[in-house]
Design a protein around this ligand. Structure first.
Ligand code: XIL
Length: 370
């Protein structure tokens, strides 16, 4: 971790008493999730949407109280930041940087290469002769603009998809079709050149459960990381999205811990990047859902967090008032899902307590380098 980001982390935690009035008349709330994580040398943070940033001051106050890092849900993706071939739009990304700067909270960047959230112009523009320059220019422009200001970059996102039957189980994407596996090398090298100090992350989902395809995917991700490192591609960390499902089978804590240890043994750090716990296959009862979600999330965190290579946890949003899961995996009964630490009224839920308890019970991690 750079001195600047360490100072920002400390300042963020020290100032996190937003509920005390100017005259100290109100009791401050109990310490936020980041304060719990920080005691163990980790951080907690949350994804923030452009809508929350612009329109939901109450939610943002809670983001400030709970978080030691933020990430934009969409503003750094190609569709938002590079909407036309010759036009960048930094307004959404800059708005988050401004808020985070004012609140002295470090920001991570998400994401430079993904097969989703791409503007209409991009795919037709990619060919064997054009793709490398388009990718390098984008990374130079975007990473360069925020160089020294972002603590991490998700350089590539969700690149494994064995059903596509490509080498290294890589996903068949427009980038792959134009450049083959080399697009990953290009992306990491260009990011390192544009901002040597932001931690470079390969971000992936679907490695959370001891079911066949996910166990294979764990091995595929490890093999890909080993291959990249062997070829001196400058990947530094694995991002585990951790979009969990409380209706899924129990967490295979031993297998999951071994997987995390295998990542660490490659010399890579681990960041939990998009933690949430969906409940669309559970009955309606709020109390029962909240209990199951908390237990499920706790089991996953308890298996992963003890590894000293884990730097921290971000959830994909903070409050149930806004989660992507209600669009992506709507409940059949139309009720809202309850995947995040705070409920829609911004009260701490059982999942909040489970996360805090998981931070509280892990052994302290050593001094961090990010
Ligand atoms: C999601 C956002 O939350 C939504 O607002 C958007 O419509 C689609 O993308 N994995 C990722 C994230 O890496 O970027 C996705 O975010 C959720 C799944």
């Amino acid at each position: 971790m750079t001195d600047i980001s360490r100072r920002a982390l400390l300042a963020g935690a020290a100032a996190a008493l937003p509920f005390a009035s100017a005259f100290g008349a109100e009791e401050p709330k109990a310490p936020g999730l980041n304060a719990h994580a920080k005691l163990k040398g980790m951080f907690y943070g949350a994804a923030v949407s452009g809508d929350a940033l612009a329109n939901d001051a109450a939610l943002m106050e809670h983001v400030f109280a709970e978080s030691g890092m933020v990430v934009s849900e969409n503003a750094f993706k190609w569709s938002d930041i590079h909407p036309e071939a010759e036009k960048y739009d930094f307004s959404g990304a800059d708005a988050l940087m401004k808020w985070a700067g004012a609140h002295r909270i470090p920001v991570r960047g998400h994401t430079l290469v993904w097969h989703e959230a791409n503007p209409a112009w991009l795919e037709p523009a990619l060919s064997k002769t054009t793709a490398e320059k388009i990718l390098r220019d984008h990374i130079k422009t975007v990473v360069g603009r925020y160089a020294g200001k972002l603590v991490h970059w998700d350089v590539v996102n969700e690149v494994i998809h064995e059903e596509d039957h490509k080498p290294l189980a890589l996903r068949d994407t427009p980038w792959f079709r134009a450049l083959g596996p080399a697009y990953i090398d290009i992306a990491f090298n260009a990011t390192a050149a544009a901002d040597p100090n932001a931690l470079r992350v390969i971000n992936e989902f679907g490695v959370d459960y001891g079911i066949d395809w996910q166990m294979r995917k764990r091995d595929q991700l490890l093999a890909l990381c080993a291959d990249l490192l062997h070829r001196k591609v400058p990947v530094q960390a694995v991002g585990l999205q951790a979009h969990l499902d409380a209706g899924e089978i129990a967490i295979d804590q031993k297998g999951l811990a071994r997987f995390v240890a295998d990542i660490a043994s490659l010399g890579l750090k681990i960041i939990v990047t998009e933690f949430d716990v969906r409940d669309q296959s559970l009955p309606a009862s709020v109390a029962a859902r909240d209990t199951a979600i908390a237990a499920h999330g706790r089991a996953w965190l308890d298996a992963v967090l003890p590894n000293p290579a884990v730097l921290g946890v971000l959830s994909w949003g903070l409050s149930d008032r806004a989660s992507w899961l209600n669009t992506k995996f709507p409940r059949p009964d139309g009720l809202s899902q309850r995947p995040l630490p705070l409920d829609a009224e911004l009260n701490r839920k059982k999942l909040w307590s489970a996360m805090a308890a998981s931070f509280d019970t892990v052994p302290p991690h050593g001094p961090q380098k990010s």
